[in-house]
Ligand binder design. Structure first.
Ligand SMILES: Cc1ncc(COP(=O)(O)O)c(C=O)c1O
Length: 375
């Protein structure tokens, strides 16, 4: 057995640590321990619908790119880094100096957490929002002010703005949000960022950006181009299917990117194989469109199942859907796991929720009768 913790084991370990640190302190608005209780069972036969991964794998072109690159594994990834930054900067209409690459979007918010979250500084974010960020800030010793989402489970930007004080170090907005799958409109978010970023940096986590089709949504990269104090984070872990290859990036003004690079210290944080894979998948637009189409179909099917079974769910713009249940979500996840399907439990606003990542149509069809039996 490997001595290194895999991600699921790590999540569980850190969840336990965080639970010990903070569950007592903050009401049970977001019970992280429950979310990870069942992550330890290792089994290749499991259908994994718990971490919002791309069920279609990496594309053939990306696999070929990795295979072709193996022979350069003895070299540092200078050219690869330049190549990927150039591709991203071309598509996003920014300069390569506006981009920092990292081992997933996680590394980008890890760096901002180090830069902004320590020394008693406060971070404003939504309740609920991405657990990985919340738990990281808590482990750093930063203070989180989590502002309840509105009645439609969207970020309540006005309420968040009201929470900003002299000690606020950063605002973290996830758009689309995880675990709710909701978006805040581009115009609304832009006005918020323009106003707030005069006093405090706004970190906009756009991990699910490529999955959104709603016309009202837009990325905040335009604000970076205009020189605002805004950091946009993206990832290759979702639609690009590269969660295991760990590539993400941040887009911000050059002054911020220089500060981030100083803290990152590692001049080559992503491997040649991952960088070449990212470059290939970024350009493999056919694969991305087909994943998007299949995700939409499977999500629509799953929502029909939830409708039929009478569950309340939050309409999602992503590759996951969260629905409410009237019993222990933790136990529910455990029962589903007995059928070799892994999903996630959440508890927020004193309610029990189940989040299901959208898998292939076959995977969703496998889950449907289990949910039916349990309802
Ligand atoms: C909102 C959000 N940000 C970041 C991440 C982590 O991304 P990465 O795999 O690029 O570190 C996730 C993963 O689920 C996520 O949901």
């Amino acid at each position: 057995m490997s001595l290194q913790l895999n991600r699921r084991q790590w999540l569980r370990t850190s969840a336990l640590a965080v639970a010990g640190l903070s569950l007592a302190g903050r009401a049970k608005s977001f019970n992280r321990l429950e979310s990870f209780e069942f992550l330890t069972q290792e089994n290749d036969d499991l259908i994994l619908l718990d971490q919002n991964e791309n069920p279609y794998g990496i594309s053939k072109k990306t696999q070929e790119a990795i295979a072709g690159e193996v022979k350069y594994s003895n070299r540092y990834p200078d050219d690869h880094t330049t190549e990927l930054k150039k591709l991203i900067s071309g598509r996003e209409n920014v300069s390569p100096d506006n981009i920092i690459l990292g081992a997933g979007a996680t590394e980008i918010f890890r760096i901002s957490g180090l830069l902004y979250g320590l020394n008693g500084g406060e971070i404003i974010t939504a309740d609920p929002t991405y657990f990985g960020f919340v738990s990281y800030v808590e482990r750093l010793g930063g203070k989180l002010k989590m502002v309840r989402v509105d009645n439609e489970y969207k970020h309540d930007l006005n309420a968040m703005a009201r929470q900003i004080t002299d000690t606020t170090k950063m605002v973290y907005v996830v758009n689309p949000n995880n675990p709710t799958g909701t978006i805040v409109g581009g115009d609304e978010l832009r006005s918020f960022c323009e106003e707030v970023s005069h006093s405090v940096p706004v970190f906009v986590d756009e991990a699910y950006h490529e999955l959104v089709e709603d016309d009202g949504y837009s990325s905040m990269t335009g604000l970076v181009r205009e020189g605002h104090n805004v950091i946009v984070a993206r990832t290759f872990s979702k639609i690009f299917g590269m969660a295991g290859l760990r590539v993400g990036y941040g887009i911000a003004k050059p002054e911020i990117i220089r500060e981030f690079s100083r803290i990152q210290t590692n001049f080559a944080p992503v491997s040649v194989l991952s960088l070449r894979a990212a470059a290939a998948s970024y350009q493999d637009t056919d694969f991305i469109s087909s994943c998007l189409r299949k995700n939409n179909e499977a999500r629509a099917y799953f929502c029909e199942v939830l409708d039929k079974l009478g569950y309340f769910y939050i309409p999602s713009h992503t590759n996951f859907v969260i629905f409410k249940i009237n019993r222990s979500a933790r136990e529910f996840v455990g029962e589903v796991l007995k059928n070799k399907i892994r999903i996630r439990s959440f508890e927020f606003h004193d309610e029990q929720w189940i989040r299901v990542s959208i898998g292939t149509m076959n995977e969703m069809r496998a889950l449907a009768p289990i949910l039916e039996k349990m309802s």
